[in-house]
Ligand binder design. Structure first.
Ligand code: NAD
Length: 446
């Protein structure tokens, strides 16, 4: 990692321009102020912590600059015979502590800035968890809801064909993220292995039959449950009876909801991209039935014994805990003052803008930061990778026990430092992470 290398391949077509325009419009639909963007969030969090650590300008520059970025053309023959050219991105932010690690998402908003920001957040997350990885992220600017399974498979395979030389078990290891799942990971494994030989450790979040890890699909949601439980325990409470509101009911949101409901939390309002619902009687929603409803209909909308509410109003409901589990920038200067939750558990990446963070701090609302709260997935991805490399496999009980051990340790590290320095949990988490990566960079020599 001696050289900082920025590699950008430029390919564009009129069709791609149209898709990007559609993507930026859909971010505006989230009603966030225009200055809200994932880059501003991660830069603010980094600058605050790095300055408190007393890092030099050179160190900051080194840690902020992505190691490598690519933007590739992904041509796909669609089912109707037409050719579409999508744009694919992969950013490897930092690899000082190990191979880069980060998900791949399929979404209309995907662009360089978003992927760069999420890659950087992954560097801090893996460092905070003290697992031997750096940070990366990737994605394709597309609308997977409008694509067939065959189109998604051809797009995934072409994307991997364009970037496989940058991936690998000791280089950069993708995983699931928004709108990608174990099947997509299986195609990545197949496409990579067909060029490099059988390589199960080249990707995590795979199906069990291909070397996946038991508990990986639930791991991010399980982590949200553990971090919230640790926090409530520290406040002298349990999860029992907590009134919870959730935005996002995909992999992370639905698994967090199921596990929290098992522990006695009352989740009474949920939103997804299609709409939001609230229990008519204000009682806890039966999460098992809601999961079945979403599997059948594709959305939480029209779930029995609920009424629809405005998607944005979900953030203003009176509750104990608010869990954003969808996209970035959803809590911002425009809605933070109306949030009534006492605790915000960030299951999504970068959901809170710096302005909202400041409002929450001044109002005494605790924010459990994303790089801690949603780190369960990458921890179990680390277990999956090590097992693939050794061809030794753990059972789910061991995976879950080890996951809890990693999360509890990280939670304690964050809380102890926050208490001793009188800083927020987020600043504490960033300081711990940045310190570890800065030290690794220094030891390796630049
Ligand atoms: P997913 O695709 O499985 O689910 C996303 C959910 O968000 C869906 O229910 C979707 O309808 C909803 N959503 C999207 N846009 C929305 C909007 N504007 N309003 C309301 N709901 C909206 O994705 P996921 O894997 O569950 O990821 C969710 C978040 O968690 C992302 O921020 C992701 O980066 C983060 N994350 C995921 C993992 C993982 O292991 N999958 C790990 C760490 C962090």
């Amino acid at each position: 990692m001696a050289i900082l290398e920025i590699e950008v391949e430029k390919h564009a077509t009129a069709r791609i321009g149209e898709e990007k325009k559609a993507g930026s419009e859909s971010r505006l639909h989230s009603a966030a102020p225009l200055e809200s963007n994932p880059r501003a969030i991660v830069q603010h969090n980094f600058n605050l912590a790095a300055s408190a650590l007393g890092l030099s300008e050179e160190q900051k520059l080194l840690l902020k600059t992505p190691f490598r970025e690519v933007k590739v053309q992904v041509p796909v023959r669609m089912d109707d015979g037409s050719l579409r050219v999508f744009l694919g991105y992969r950013t490897q932010h930092n690899g000082a502590r190990g191979p880069a690690k980060g998900g791949i998402r399929y979404f209309p908003n995907v662009d360089e800035e978003e992927i760069r920001s999420l890659a950087e957040a992954m560097t801090w997350k893996t460092a905070l968890m003290n697992i031997p990885f750096g940070g990366s992220k990737g994605g394709v600017n597309c609308d997977p809801q409008q694509m067939s399974q065959g189109e998604l498979e051809r797009m995934t395979r072409k994307f991997v064909a364009r970037i496989h030389h940058l991936l690998g078990p000791y280089r950069d290891i993708p995983a699931p993220d928004v709108n990608t799942n174990p099947q997509v990971m299986a195609w990545i494994l197949d496409e990579y292995s067909s060029r490099h030989g059988y390589s199960p450790a080249c990707v995590t979040g795979k199906p069990m039959e291909l070397g996946g890890c038991p508990g990986r699909a639930q791991a991010t949601g399980r982590g949200v449950m553990h971090i919230l439980a640790e926090h409530m325990k520290a406040c002298g409470r349990s999860l029992e009876g907590l009134r919870v509101v959730l935005q996002g009911f995909g992999n992370v949101g639905s698994n967090a909801a199921s596990l929290l409901a098992e522990q006695g939390c009352e989740i009474f309002a949920v939103a997804d991209i299609h709409g939001a619902i609230i229990s008519k009687e204000g009682r806890a929603l039966p999460i098992g039935d809601l999961v079945k409803h979403v599997k059948k209909t594709g959305s939480v909308v029209a779930f029995p014994a609920t009424k629809p509410i405005n998607n944005q109003d979900i953030f203003q409901l009176d509750c104990d805990v608010l869990i954003p589990a969808a996209m970035e920038c959803v809590l911002h200067a425009g809605n933070a003052a109306n949030v009534k939750a006492k605790v915000i558990a960030e299951a999504a990446n970068l959901p809170t803008t710096p302005e909202a963070d400041e409002i929450f701090r001044s109002r005494g609302i605790t924010v459990l930061p994303d790089i801690l709260t949603n780190a369960g997935g990458v921890v179990v991805s680390f277990f999956e990778w090590t097992q693939n490399l050794q061809q030794v496999y753990w059972d789910e009980e061991k995976v879950n026990a080890e996951l809890y051990r990693y999360l509890r340790r990280a939670y304690r590290d964050v809380v102890d430092r926050a208490a001793s320095e009188e800083i927020t949990l987020r600043q504490s988490a960033y300081e711990i992470a940045i310190e570890r990566v800065a030290r690794a960079e220094m030891l390796r020599g630049v």
